[in-house]
Write a protein that binds this ligand. Structure first.
Ligand code: CUA
Length: 321
């Protein structure tokens, strides 16, 4: 996990981080138009107000108010039509840009994104899954098909000027084309519970040839690692550590220290021994036998892990004594 967000939000201006996606410049141009239009309006209104304060101030104590003017058609038309023109310009302009951002090109590389409490999971077309790191090829259209495993999250990459809610039982889409290689910060930007602020991920843009090479062998990369070691890696990569400590301290979920073969009191009053079968079930279907004192629904299902990965986690839990 990378918690040092500043390092990943490159250069840019005081207002906006460096623009990396192809449509980011459109967003920025519109942003600066609205920004400078607001500045100009503010200054104009301030100057007029200031002038009126001086010009129409009460100069002598005996001075009385002039007769009230209640209507001036020309003036009212002017102050209605000028803002109307301004907001219509902004409307048409932003609608055009919004359509560009909303309609993914046909040939895009499709990557599935799932938001879960509290991490991001990415699934590539060849079935390979990874959490907390999204890798994409440079200069290619990429389409993200996003959904949530639990509550509403929101996918936000400042450098790409893209942000969209990620909602359970629904698919939302984003697309982009990254103009240069590098690592960029992904945020969750919808408050989704305790560890919302830790729900970070990196977006790594790789040169297209490097990406092809990586994705071709990514799926089999873990195959010859010893199980316990792979499990240790998954503890970090799958964000188990956000809820399960290794030192016995209480977190959202039970600690892993001494967990293996311990007696677990369940919600229904019975107990169960935390053997391999129980641990496997609790990873894949956490609600099935939830331990007393913990919310049954606080853990998402990790049924997306392969059998080997689940075994690796169990082997790792065994080593935490
Ligand atoms: Cu997920 Cu905030």
């Amino acid at each position: 996990m990378n918690s040092n967000a500043e390092n990943l939000i490159h250069n840019g201006t005081r207002m906006l981080p460096e623009a990396i996606s192809t449509y980011a410049d459109r967003v920025d141009t519109l942003f600066y138009f609205i920004y400078w239009a607001s500045v100009a309006l503010f200054i104009a209104l301030f100057l007029v107000t200031f002038y009126f304060i001086i010009r129409f101030r009460r100069k002598r104590k005996e001075q009385v108010a002039e007769k009230q003017i209640i209507h001036n058609t020309t003036l009212e038309v002017v102050w209605t039509v000028i803002p109307l023109i301004l907001v219509m310009i902004i409307f048409v302009w932003s609608y055009k840009d919004y359509m560009v951002m909303s309609v993914p090109p046909r040939n895009a590389l499709e990557i599935h994104v799932t938001g879960k409490k509290w991490f991001w999971e990415f699934e590539y077309p060849n079935g390979y899954k990874e959490t907390a790191l999204l890798r994409v090829p440079q200069g290619q259209n990429v389409k993200l098909i996003m959904t949530s495993g639990d509550v509403i999250h929101s996918f936000f990459v400042p450098n790409f000027r893209m942000k969209r809610d990620v909602i359970p039982n629904r698919y939302t889409k984003l697309w982009f084309n990254a103009e240069r290689a590098g690592k960029f910060q992904i945020f969750c930007t919808e408050y989704c519970g305790d560890n919302h602020s830790h729900m970070l991920a990196d977006l790594e843009v790789m040169p297209a040839s490097e990406y092809e090479e990586w994705i071709a062998k990514a799926a089999s990369a873990d195959d010859d690692m010893p199980l316990a070691e792979l499990g240790k890696q998954l503890y970090e990569k799958q964000f188990c550590y956000t809820c399960h400590s290794l030192d016995g301290s209480p977190k959202i979920g039970p600690t892993w220290k001494g967990l293996y073969e311990s007696k677990r009191p369940l919600h229904d009053g019975s107990t169960v021994v935390a053997d391999e079968t129980y641990l496997h079930e609790s990873i894949v279907d956490p609600k099935a036998k939830s331990v007393k004192g913990y919310y049954p629904s606080s853990m998402p299902s990790f049924s997306s892990l392969t059998d080997r990965q689940v075994s690796a986690l169990i082997e790792y839990i065994k080593t935490v004594k």
